[in-house]
Write a protein that binds this ligand. Structure first.
Ligand code: FES
Length: 291
């Protein structure tokens, strides 16, 4: 069995859920404004992969510097930097993890346990170095790097194979034709609430969420960027001062003007289509970055 197949087997183990659920509920109980900071909603990009660059980069660099005796004091500084930043990195990962599907949560729990153990080893390394036990300090740091690297592979599997953190709307928009799509008469669209229209795809129709406000029409890919929730079944609400399309699944709110997330758990923007009117009919097409 391949390594990835092994990880998929772990993601299938439902017995983990009983232990995971209390932690998940505790994370979900954080104030929504705090969670949105941790998700990266304010950034329009998931925060966790940004923050983890610091511990990973610091610890890999420290491993190299530890191999050169005159540079070992610098390695200690880098290890301390990685340990310090691992705290906000873990919190942002936990916020994202709590809003993912069951398989991602199971692997994410393993990822968190391994990372916690790695931080423990690095903490022990710092203590050993402070006490003048350099050999032990380096051994603990190399063990920590091995554990953190293995855990990073699990995180990569969660991102690339399980699509956690990826924009599900970006995947959906690529299935659309690049031509203008006729969405029907403007007068057929309900006022102030999302409705579904379908766009032509290469081999299938792609659901679109269409919102009419007077003569203005905003058209989005129907699959929410967070986890593909049906935005056409959502609502239009004012969120943090912006008129937003709100997902019915986890409450992410996307600005009707530009698709930027105004409330999480989504951190990626919602794909918005270009719109034009043609003799009273609404036409839409994918933005030029996808053509
Ligand atoms: S699918 Fe989670 S907020 Fe839309």
């Amino acid at each position: 069995m391949s390594l990835m197949g092994f990880l998929d087997r772990i993601a299938d183990v439902t017995a983990f859920d009983k232990a995971i659920e209390p932690a998940r509920r505790a994370v979900q109980g954080m104030p929504s404004a705090v969670k949105d900071v941790l998700h990266g909603t304010w950034l329009g990009h998931p925060l966790h992969p940004v923050l983890v660059q610091v511990p990973v980069g610091s610890w890999v660099s420290a491993a190299l510097l530890d191999a050169v005796p005159p540079l070992r004091p610098a390695a200690t500084v880098l290890i301390g930097t990685g340990v310090a930043v691992s705290v906000p990195a873990a919190l942002s990962g936990a916020a994202d993890w709590s809003e993912q599907g069951a398989g991602v949560r199971r692997l994410g729990a393993l990822h968190a346990v391994m990372n916690t153990a790695a931080v423990g080893l690095y903490g022990g390394s710092l203590v050993a170095r402070a006490r003048g036990r350099g050999t032990l300090g380096r051994a603990l740091a190399y063990a920590g790097l091995g554990l953190a690297g293995s855990s990073a592979a699990i995180g990569g599997h969660m991102s690339y194979a399980q699509s956690s953190g990826a924009s599900h709307a970006a995947t959906a928009v690529r299935a659309l034709t690049t031509d203008w799509v006729d969405l029907g008469p403007l007068d057929d669209l309900p006022e102030g609430r999302p409705t579904m229209r379908t766009g032509k795809g290469g081999s299938m129709s792609v659901p679109l969420a269409v919102v009419r406000r007077g003569a203005r029409v905003d058209v989005f890919v129907g699959a929410c960027s967070h986890l593909s929730g049906p935005l056409d079944e959502g609502t239009v609400e004012t969120v943090r001062g912006s008129e937003c399309l709100v997902c019915p699944w986890h409450g992410s709110a996307f600005d009707l003007d530009d698709g930027e997330p105004r409330r999480g758990p989504a951190a990626n923007p919602q794909e918005k289509l270009e719109v034009r009117m043609d003799a009273g009919r609404v036409k839409a097409r994918v933005p030029s970055r996808h053509r």
